[in-house]
Write a protein that binds this ligand. Structure first.
Ligand code: ZN
Length: 364
């Protein structure tokens, strides 16, 4: 399941064991909502050293549908990805795409863009997740947008806890199940949610409903409030964070798992992450530049193409170009997390953090 290997302050290295192998924490997982990453394949993930991805159980249950997973023996075989796969019901994604129609004490009414609306209850989520056969199931939770009233967050929290408990009671088998805490930006709600979810004794605990528009300082505060109440011998996951500076701040506080579309989305717009700052590939200065995005990078893109050619593809809005740029940012995130783990092992996390942040803020 999960074991701690090394601690440096509150930052820690651990190992998460699942039915499809084990992975070292802290790690970052890219988002493959519908069983495919945007512009990248499972093979690209493997090349970019991505060991874990997260998909959305609701969307997969609509297309390709559960019959596909039953007949093809689960998601790993179907998408030809041997790594670890998390699935969630994407509370925030549902909000963003206006698919969340209504919540009751028993579950959520979700808009099906392809047909009849679906009422998602804990029983259904577990049944779907079993057929998809992901390695880690995120329990059903109730997310609200940023900036609602305390009463609204409290009501959502109570629903969330009810659904989460139901997931826990119904769960069986070798898939891992993680609970999700909520509470908006209210300190007392965050604390009571962390305590309640922790007491349900899941395989891991996630902090949900953050990184959705609140200022970073408020995000860190909510993490600070939650952490002391989340069992240190279980993996801790802050959902939806992909900015390197936010990841490193949360690792410092004792978080082990991250996911986001952020690095991929930035890549597609020509914003490339490097260890000496962010490169805005659209700039004129890269027009004839024969160097790779990052000279020390071992990703397929940097080993093969120049900034000049990649910039040309970016300006053409070319799909293959988007794939190459995405591969670099995915690889960067894996390298970034590997360096974080290395620094914790050596007891040098603080030095690494300081040095990384000093350079990363630079825009090139
Ligand atoms: Zn690269």
């Amino acid at each position: 399941m999960f074991s701690l290997v090394k601690e440096d302050g509150n930052a820690r290295v651990g190992i998460l064991k699942t039915a499809h192998g084990e992975v070292e924490t802290p790690f970052f997982m890219p988002v493959a909502t519908r069983g495919v990453g945007r512009f990248v394949s499972a093979e690209d993930y493997i090349q970019a050293k991505v060991k874990v991805i997260i998909a959305n159980a609701f969307f997969l249950s609509l297309t390709p549908g559960l019959e596909m997973f039953e007949k093809r023996g689960g998601i790993h075989k179907f998408m030809h990805y041997p790594g670890i796969i998390f699935t969630d019901c994407g509370g925030f994604q549902m909000l963003r795409e206006n698919l969340l129609l209504e919540t009751t004490n028993n579950g959520i009414l979700l808009k099906n863009p392809e047909g009849k609306d679906v009422f998602m209850r804990p029983e259904k989520l577990l049944e779907i997740s079993k057929k998809i056969n992901s390695d880690v199931i995120m329990a059903l939770d109730c997310v609200l947008p940023y900036g609602r009233s305390r009463e609204q967050y409290l009501e959502a929290l109570q629903k969330s806890h009810r659904w989460t408990k139901k997931c826990k009671d119904l769960h069986s088998g070798e898939q891992l199940l993680f609970g999700i805490t909520q509470g908006g930006t209210f300190e007392d709600l965050r604390e009571s949610s962390a305590k309640a979810i922790n007491a349900m004794d899941f395989d891991g605990n996630a902090i949900g409903g953050v990184g959705i528009g609140e200022p970073s300082e408020l995000l860190y505060k909510m993490v600070d409030i939650s952490i002391p109440h989340l069992n240190k011998n279980k993996p801790r996951y802050v959902m939806g964070l992909g900015k390197p500076e936010q990841i490193i701040e949360c690792v410092e506080r004792g978080i082990d798992i991250f996911d986001s579309i952020y690095p991929q989305k930035n890549a597609r717009h020509g914003m490339l992450f490097t260890f000496s700052g962010i490169i805005d590939l659209g700039k004129e200065i890269y027009k004839f530049d024969e160097l790779p995005i990052e000279q020390s990078c071992l990703c397929f893109t940097c080993q093969t193409f120049s900034r000049s050619y990649l910039r040309y593809l970016l300006k053409k809005d070319d799909a293959v170009g988007k794939r190459f740029l995405t591969i670099h940012n995915l690889f960067f995130m894996q390298e970034f997390m590997r360096k974080i783990r290395e620094s914790i092992r050596e007891g040098k996390f603080q030095e690494f953090k300081k040095e990384f942040l000093r350079k990363h803020k630079k825009m090139n």
